[in-house]
Design a protein around this ligand. Structure first.
Ligand SMILES: NC(=O)C1=CN([C@@H]2O[C@H](COP(=O)(O)OP(=O)(O)OC[C@H]3O[C@@H](n4cnc5c(N)ncnc54)[C@H](OP(=O)(O)O)[C@@H]3O)[C@@H](O)[C@H]2O)C=CC1
Ligand SMILES: O=C1O[C@H](COP(=O)(O)O)[C@@H](O)[C@H](O)[C@H]1O
Length: 309
C-alpha cells in the first residue's frame, strides 16, 4: 500500500492537480496498536513512541505523500525527492504535540487491566509517552499552511495504519452547509483499501444528499492475489539489492533534525504525558489538536460493507 502511494499520485491524472495547498485542508497519518508494551516496557522506556514509530515509520509515509514527482522511479531519484521535502520541515515544536501514556482499564480483560507503569520492566513514575499526536509543517510552495498530523500510540482501541487526505470545503456552497469534506483514505492495515469519501444525492425522489464512498477494497478486488507482508517485501528488496524502501543517511539526518530538539526538550523538562485508558482512542486533547489543525470530524459517516450483503 505504501508503494501504491507513488502509483496513486503520479499514475492518475485526477489526483495530481489537486495535490496541493489550494485543495487539501490537512493530511493525517495514523498508526494505532491495540496492545501495550507486552513486557517490552524496559526496552521501550528508553525510546518512547516518537522514536519508536513517528520519527521513522510515519515520517517515511509523510515524505512519500508530500514529495515532488521524482525524475524517474529509480530509487535514487525517489530518495532525492524525499530528502528535499524533509529539508522544508522546521523542527517540531512542543505546542504542536500531544503526548499520552496509557493507564489500566479496571473493567478491561487480561492485559487491558494494566497500565504502562504497571509493567515491571518500566521504571516507576516514568514519563515516557506511549501515544503522540504531532503537527508538522512543510514550508514549500505546494504545502505551506497545510498541517501534516502524525498520530501513533499503543494500547488504543484498534489496530490501524492509514493515510487520510482531507480536502477543503467546497467554495460557494449551494447546499445549505450540508456538504461534508471529501477524504482520500489509504488504509495500509488491516484490510488494505483505498477509498474516497464523497457526497451523493440520496437515491429516490428526494433531493437530499449523503456521504458515500468510491471504494477499492483489495480483498474484494484482488481476491486471489497474495498480498505480501511489509517485511516480506523488504526482505525481497534486500535479496534483489533494491534500496528504494531503505532510508539513506542524508534522509535519516533530516529526520533527526526535525525530531531531536523536541525529544531533548521533553526529557529535560520532564514533560508529563496525559493519561489515557487502555482501549480508548487516546487523550481527548489529541482530538482538539486535530480540530485546531484544519481536520474536520463530522461523526456522520457510516460505511456499508457491501461484501457482507
Ligand atoms: N473498504 C473499506 O474497507 C472501507 C472501510 N471503511 C470503514 O468504515 C469506518 C469509518 O470510516 P472512517 O474513514 O474511519 O471515517 P470516520 O468518519 O469514522 O473517521 C474519520 C476519522 O476521524 C477520526 N475521529 C474519530 N472520532 C473522532 C473524534 N471524536 N474527533 C476527531 N476525530 C475523530 C478517526 O480517527 P481514529 O482513527 O482515531 O478513530 C478517523 O481518522 C472505518 O472502520 C473504516 O475502516 C470505510 C470505507 C471503506
Ligand atoms: O518498529 C516497530 O514497529 C512495530 C509495528 O510493526 P508491525 O509491522 O508489526 O505493524 C511496533 O510494534 C514496534 O513498537 C516498533 O518498534
Amino acid at each position: 500500500m505504501v508503494q501504491n502511494l507513488m502509483t496513486m499520485r503520479f499514475g492518475n491524472r485526477i489526483f495530481t492537480p489537486t495535490w496541493n495547498r489550494e485543495n487539501i485542508a490537512s493530511v493525517m497519518i495514523t498508526f494505532k496498536e491495540p496492545f501495550g508494551t507486552q513486557g517490552r516496557g524496559g526496552y521501550f522506556d528508553e525510546f518512547g513512541i516518537i522514536r519508536d514509530v513517528m520519527q521513522n515509520h510515519l515520517l517515511q509515509i509523510l515524505s512519500l505523500v508530500a514529495m515532488e514527482k521524482p525524475a524517474t522511479i529509480h530509487p535514487d531519484d525517489i530518495r532525492n525527492e524525499k530528502v528535499k521535502v524533509l529539508k522544508c520541515i522546521p523542527p517540531l515544536q512542543l505546542e504542536d504535540v500531544v503526548l499520552g501514556q496509557y493507564t489500566g482499564d479496571p473493567n478491561g480483560e487480561g492485559d487491558a487491566k494494566y497500565g504502562y507503569l504497571d509493567d515491571k520492566t518500566v521504571p516507576p513514575g516514568s514519563n515516557t509517552p506511549t501515544f503522540a499526536s504531532a503537527v508538522l509543517k512543510i514550508k514549500n510552495e505546494r504545502w505551506d499552511g497545510v498541517p501534516f498530523i502524525l498520530r501513533c500510540g499503543k494500547a488504543l482501541n484498534e489496530r490501524k495504519a492509514d493515510i487520510r487526505i482531507q480536502y477543503t470545503d467546497v467554495p460557494g456552497d449551494i447546499f445549505e452547509g450540508k456538504t461534508k469534506r471529501n477524504e482520500l483514505v489509504m488504509r495500509v492495515q488491516p484490510g488494505e483499501a483505498v477509498y474516497v469519501k464523497m457526497m451523493t444525492k440520496t437515491p429516490g425522489m428526494s433531493f437530499d444528499m449523503e456521504e458515500t464512498e468510491l471504494d477499492l477494497t483489495y480483498g474484494s478486488r484482488y481476491k486471489n492475489a497474495k498480498l505480501p507482508d511489509a517485511y516480506e517485501r523488504l526482505l525481497l528488496d534486500v535479496f534483489c539489492g533494491s534500496q528504494m524502501h531503505f532510508v539513506r543517511a542524508d534522509e535519516l539526518s533530516e529526520a533527526w533534525r526535525i525530531f531531536t530538539p523536541i525529544l531533548h526538550q521533553i526529557e529535560q523538562e520532564n514533560v508529563r504525558p496525559i493519561p489515557y485508558k487502555y482501549g480508548s482512542r487516546g487523550p481527548v486533547e489529541a482530538d482538539k489538536l486535530l480540530a485546531e489543525n484544519n481536520f474536520k470530524y463530522y461523526g456522520s459517516y457510516k460505511w456499508v460493507d457491501s461484501s457482507k450483503h
